[in-house]
Design a binder for this molecule. Structure first.
Ligand SMILES: [Ca+2]
Ligand SMILES: [Ca+2]
Ligand SMILES: [Ca+2]
Ligand SMILES: [Ca+2]
Ligand SMILES: [Zn+2]
Length: 610
């Protein structure tokens, strides 16, 4: 409970003066034009901290904006260890994009005022893409359509030879596309006797009473008997990455081949070119879950050291977000019907504490956890919450981890009515959701079933949850709170990036103008300078320590540049370097030890030979 209370009490540590404040408020969801205006304002008000660029164009021609955030006074963005963050890869999960904008506002307004953010932006870079699939996000935010999480490129999803021929329709013209119920003695649904708004499944052997069919609100535009079955677009970008991609007969939405979706291609090319990226965060909704690799197989294929880092950081992310489960995508509710309490998972118990926390396990990196996982609580699923996930081929974090070796997470932000678990069973039931809506929103989030005339079906009733309820929070308090959770997740991973320091550099005079120089190079971050996967995929560069001199020196024991291998994260990760040099001219001479590797930046320390 303590953790959840923290989530609520989040506030900016130091409020920026009015002149430095960015004019965005989270009392609404922002259109593409509004988002673009905000990003331009951010880059213009904070030229030393932020620059706006585009990594490509969307299918419909929108720029894929990236805001690069770091202090330019302390070094170029590409020379610092970096975190890449995106929102709305699943374009309808719009809470994620607002959280990214919230993060930008916090970072820029806090640099120079908040010690943590100042240190972060002085030494690390964030590449931030608020909306990687902007076309369908725009459709979702600015029209009644539900615009699923797909590329906008037209596609024949139902194989009838016609393209995008049956989209959502606002049948009663109220500005919402929800659900239709149609009285039908053969229907599979009935009205709950506990709340007349709630539709529940008809049970076998139930013959007495009124039964219904339930359909998405719409018109059967092509007369094939199905409603809204071929909406705008069709390829799922989060199944089109090259990481364990599989064809569409294995993986629904995969597209014709990996990288077919141009927005995915733009992101992949950017990631591949930037060797300084050591962390990747891809935000989704919903559920309140921290997701890590793998998306297609169990933990046995992940090197032990990487698994340890992935699991510990995921548990820390549960602390920061207050979410309920940390898991690989593969293990999440998989196989169907199995509980989320597998050895590689960490879960929140109803009392708020964490079960199977890898930080409590004994043993060295990769060891100790899992063997005695406490099997004391099943994370229950409420009626209406999805009851199973599935292996996801071609997912983003499968690519970034397995092919680039980057420590990668996805989130599932927002859990509707998370603070309204009235019977404290750990699940949010549909009745609790409806009660939450009544108490906090005067019932306004649910459209009560009302009669309408349907051109094909005759009399129907239309009702259901509006947008900004189940998948993203209502604007205002809940959106702000959810965005603050995302901010803390982003800050956590950014703080954990590898970071080189030259902890010490000492010179010992050996006589005759000869000196021994000893330096200790340290990884002050938590993530290693190279993951084991980065080594396996041949993308790991060793840490190199280089001795340079302001004056002429001869290397007796060298060479000037010494590879130190890869460094674990703090506290263990350090390595020593030693040089013996002869000063050719007159002492004193200043020498400088510089340590660098793309994922962990550059650091130096000088010492005088005298
Ligand atoms: Ca079609
Ligand atoms: Ca409607
Ligand atoms: Ca149809
Ligand atoms: Ca339709
Ligand atoms: Zn998603």
């Amino acid at each position: 409970m303590r953790v959840l209370a923290l989530a609520f009490s989040f506030s900016l540590a130091a409020v920026a003066p009015a002149s430095a404040q960015l004019s965005i408020a989270f009392d609404k969801y922002h259109s593409y034009a509004e988002m673009t205006a905000f990003l331009r304002e951010a880059a213009q008000k904070y030229p030393d901290l932020a620059s706006l660029s585009s990594i490509g164009k969307s299918y419909q021609g929108r720029e894929l904006w990236m805001l690069t955030v770091t202090s330019r006074k302390t070094g170029a963005p590409d020379d610092k260890p970096a975190l890449y963050v995106n929102g709305c890869l699943d374009s309808s999960e719009v809470v994620t994009s607002e959280g990214v904008l919230f993060t930008i506002k916090h970072l820029l307004e806090s640099h120079g005022r908040d010690a943590r953010v100042t240190r972060l932006l002085d030494r690390r870079t964030l590449y931030i893409v608020p909306r990687i699939m902007p076309d369908q996000t725009e459709l979702y935010i600015t029209t009644p359509q539900n615009a699923r999480s797909q590329s906008a490129e037209p596609m024949d999803e139902d194989g009838d030879g016609r393209i995008d021929e049956d989209a959502d329709d606002d049948v009663n013209g109220d500005g919402h596309v929800v659900q239709m119920r149609i009285a039908d003695p053969n229907g599979d649904w009935k009205i709950s006797d506990r709340d007349s708004r709630l539709m529940v499944r008809r049970q076998p052997g139930e013959f007495e009473g009124a039964f219904y069919r339930v359909l998405a609100e719409g018109i059967d535009d092509d007369g094939d008997g199905r409603y809204n079955e071929d909406r705008v677009g069709g390829i799922d970008p989060n199944r089109n990455f090259p990481g364990n991609w599989a064809p569409v007969h294995v993986q629904n939405g995969a597209g014709p081949y990996p990288l077919y979706v141009q927005e995915v291609r733009a992101e992949v090319e950017f990631l591949e070119k930037h060797r300084n990226i050591a962390g990747y965060l891809n935000h989704h909704s919903s559920g309140g879950v921290v997701l890590r690799p793998s998306t297609t197989h169990d933990d046995s294929t992940i090197p032990a050291g990487d698994l340890r880092v992935l699991r510990v950081l995921a548990a820390k992310a549960l602390d920061e977000t207050g979410y309920w489960l940390a898991t690989s995508v593969y293990d999440w509710r998989w196989p169907p019907g199995t509980p989320d309490m597998k050895p590689g998972q960490t879960w929140r118990r109803p009392d708020g504490s964490l079960g199977n926390d890898p930080r409590e396990a004994a043993g060295g990196p990769g060891g100790g956890f899992g063997a005695d996982a406490e099997i004391d609580h099943v994370v229950p699923q409420a009626e209406g919450e999805a009851t199973h996930a599935y292996a996801a081929y071609g997912g983003s974090i499968e690519f970034t981890y397995e092919m680039l070796g980057i420590i990668s997470y996805a989130s599932e932000q927002w859990r509707m009515a998370w603070d309204h678990d009235l019977n404290k069973d750990g699940a949010i039931s549909d009745l609790e959701r409806l009660d939450w809506n009544d108490r906090h929103f005067g019932g306004s989030l649910f459209i009560n079933w009302t009669k309408a005339r349907h051109p094909q079906l005759g009399e129907v009733e239309i009702g259901g949850w509006k947008k900004y309820t189940t998948s993203s929070p209502p604007p205002g308090k809940y959106l702000e709170e959810e965005s603050a959770r995302q901010l803390r997740f982003n800050l956590l991973v950014a703080d954990m990036l590898p970071q080189l320091d030259v902890a010490s550099a000492e010179a010992t005079a050996l006589g005759g103008g000869v000196y021994r120089v000893n330096a200790r190079v340290r990884n002050a971050g938590y993530i290693p300078t190279a993951t084991e996967m980065m080594v396996k995929v041949r993308r790991a560069s060793p840490v190199v320590a280089t001795l340079s001199a302001k004056g002429e020196v001869e290397f007796i024991k060298g060479p000037a540049a010494q590879p130190l291998g890869h460094l674990e994260g703090a506290p263990a990760g350090s390595a020593g370097a030693e040089w013996i040099v002869r000063v050719k001219g007159a002492a004193p001479v200043e020498v400088t030890v510089t340590a660098s590797t793309p994922t962990a930046g550059r650091a130096s320390r000088s010492v005088i030979l005298k």
